[in-house]
Structure formats: C-alpha cells, structure tokens
Design a protein around this ligand. Structure first.
Ligand code: F6P
Length: 362
C-alpha cells in the first residue's frame, strides 16, 4: 500500500479543496493512504501538523473556497524565517528535516499544489533532495507556463466581472469615472478578461505601460457619444510609461514582503486632475481569491487532482499536471516555472479589446 502526502502552498485560490477531494478519492480507490501537510511544509517539519485524509473527511469540500490544509507564502524550508531568543528573525535551511520526516513517515510521493513559488520549492526538493514530487498548477493570476490554465483564475475573473457589472449603475447615475484595481501581480490576465467581459472603457495591464493622457482622451471621447461615465480596470502591477510599479509598503523590503497596491488610486487622482471628471477608485483585492469555485474551476481542479494520482501511479515525478486542451498532460515542473506567462501584444484578447474600442493606455 502506498502512502502519499499533499500540501497547498502560496496564496489560496478557489478550487484547492476540489484538488484535495480528487487526490484523496483517486488514491483511496487504488488502496493508498493520503496525508495532508498543514500550511505548506509545516506537517513535514512537525508530524503533529500532519492530518490523515479519508474520503469521509473530504466528502463535502469540493464547492468550498480556501484550503482545509491551510496555506502560507512564508514557508520555504530552504529559507525558513525563524525567531531566535533575542526576538530576531534568522533564515534557516530546514529542508533536510523535511526529507528526514518524509522518509521516516514512509511517503511514496508528495503532491504539491501551488503557484510559481511553491512549485519552485517542490522542484528544488526533487532535484536537490531526491523527493518524488508531482506539481498541480494553482494561481488566480493564470501566469504559469506549460499549462493553458491554472485553477482559481476563472472564479477570480467571474468575481471581477460581476463587480464591474455592478459598478456601471453608480458610474452612470453620477456621471463618474470608476477605477477598479484588480489582482494579477506581473500579468494582466484578470484585468483583460474581466475588463472585456465587464464592459470597461479602459484596461491597464503590466505588459503595456500606459500614457495617462491617452486614458483621459478616451474618457473625454466617451462624451462625444453621450456617455458621461467610464469604467477603468487597472491590474495591480500596471505602470505608467517611464514609471515604476507602486507598492503599498514602498517596496523597500525583500521581494517576498512586497505588497503591490495603490496604482488604482494614483490613476483615479490623475484622471480627476487632467479631465476634471468626478472619479472614484476601489480595490477588489482578496475578494478575487475567495468564494466557491466556478464549475470550470471545480472541474479543472478535480481533473488535476485525478491526473496527479495517475502520474504518481506511473512514477512520473518532478512533473506537473497541465491542461493542454482537451487532455491532461505531464510537463516538467522546470518548464512551468521558467518565467511568468504574460499577455502577448498579439493575443486575440488584446486584439478584441482594441477592435471593440477599449483603450489599453498606449
Ligand atoms: O499570486 C496571487 C496573488 O493574488 C497576487 O495577484 C497578489 O499580488 C498576491 O497574491 C497577494 O497575496 P497576499 O496578499 O496573500 O500576500
């Protein structure tokens, strides 16, 4: 009988629990046992934080948001922040402890569900420590290479689109410009997909540095068509031409701690100053990571989970399950984390946006 461990790392995303459901049920049908490591690698560092997962335990979790295992983006065992007696934070490599526990508990393989950061760690365990690892691609940002989709993205886009639909009434009633900041870190997929679907007039994404004068020109042009309001969608990582991205905490500390945010407010202020229009801004933030996964994300997450157990059965390690329509394929984790998947300037969605009159700020 094989014994496998599953962990969820990085920011939560709708569909994590559906992956856990599929892994547990697919494994049990093969007569295997499944354990869940709490908060990323915590269970592998401290066996008290390991939970035995059975089909009964996961029976109702598929439609729920978040992860029953918990998650963290500060749990890299190769560089773990640990507080010493003097209260200082020291960085320790505790990866050997993880491996010792992994072997002591007799695990056959580790299914690591995560985005670029978590998959990078999983890949290091495979290459440097010989851990048999299988990756499952998660991120609302949809910025992982080698898979057409990550789960969580469809739900985040639906949430953002619904918010844009609702903002139209206030914008129209008050003749206002509403600026909406959405997530997406280094790539504009959420902004582009929700902006086109939610009737935005302007979409600003990290891949296209924008000219605020062009944005104001579009808003003023709306008036020529008797439209006295506008909806502007801004990805948190978008930046004006010849400027840098904006961080909430000034961007002065390590990359792990950088919190993007503030570009929506900046854009709103500039629009008000340049066009004189009544302008408001809002940040959708973590709303986009919450709630029940859409049918698309549930199905994708369930398929990823089942496919991950299939890879485990075949011993296809240091690989990630990937959607290459209509199939589930195994791709090297290294290919998925090489660099972020960005919006291409010739992407059909970019062309569509331009053709239906949406300004992309260039
Ligand atoms: O990677 C997903 C993501 O949602 C990014 O778009 C965002 O910048 C980040 O997580 C925020 O993460 P947190 O606030 O949880 O640190």
């Amino acid at each position: 009988m094989k014994k496998i461990v599953i962990s969820t790392g990085g920011g939560d995303a709708p569909g994590l629990n559906a992956v856990i459901f599929a892994v547990v049920n697919s494994a049990y049908r093969r007569g295997w046992e499944v354990y869940g490591s709490r908060s990323g690698y915590l269970g592998l560092l401290n066996p008290d934080e390991m939970i035995r997962l059975t089909p009964e335990k996961v029976a109702d979790i598929t439609p729920t948001g978040g992860t029953i295992l918990g998650s963290t983006n500060k749990g890299n065992p190769f560089a773990m922040p640990v507080e010493n007696l003097a209260g200082e934070i020291m960085i320790h490599d505790v990866s050997d402890r993880v491996m010792k526990n992994f072997n002591r508990m007799g695990f056959y393989c580790h299914i690591a569900v995560g985005g670029d950061g978590s998959l990078e760690i999983a890949h290091r365990f495979a290459v440097e420590k010989g851990m048999p690892v299988i990756g499952v691609p998660k991120t609302i940002d949809n910025d992982l290479m080698a898979t057409q989709r990550t789960f969580g993205f469809d739900t985040a886009v639906s949430t953002a689109t619904e918010a844009l639909d609702k903002l139209h009434s206030t914008a129209k009633s008050h003749d206002r410009v509403m600026v909406v900041e959405v997530m997406g870190r280094d790539s504009g997929w959420i902004a582009l997909n929700s902006g086109i679907s939610g009737g935005a007039d302007v979409i600003l994404i990290p891949e296209i540095p924008f000219d605020i004068a062009k944005v104001c020109q579009k808003i003023n042009d709306n008036e020529l068509h008797n439209k006295n309001y506008a909806i502007v969608v801004v990805a948190e990582g978008a930046k004006a031409k010849n400027s840098e991205v904006i961080f909430k905490n000034g961007g002065e500390i390590g990359r792990q701690e950088l919190l993007l945010g503030g570009i929506g407010e900046w854009v709103a202020k500039e629009i008000k100053a340049m066009s004189g229009k009544d302008t408001r801004s809002l940040v959708l933030g973590h709303l986009q990571r919450g709630g029940s996964p859409t049918t698309f994300d549930r199905l994708l997450a369930l398929r990823f989970g089942a496919a991950a157990v299939r890879l485990a059965e075949n011993g296809t390690f240091d690989h990630m399950v990937a959607l290459i329509t209509p199939d589930m394929k195994a791709v090297p984790i290294a290919d998925a984390i090489k660099h972020r998947k960005k919006v291409g300037l010739d992407d059909d969605k970019v062309l569509t946006a331009r053709e239906i009159g949406i300004c992309l700020g260039d």
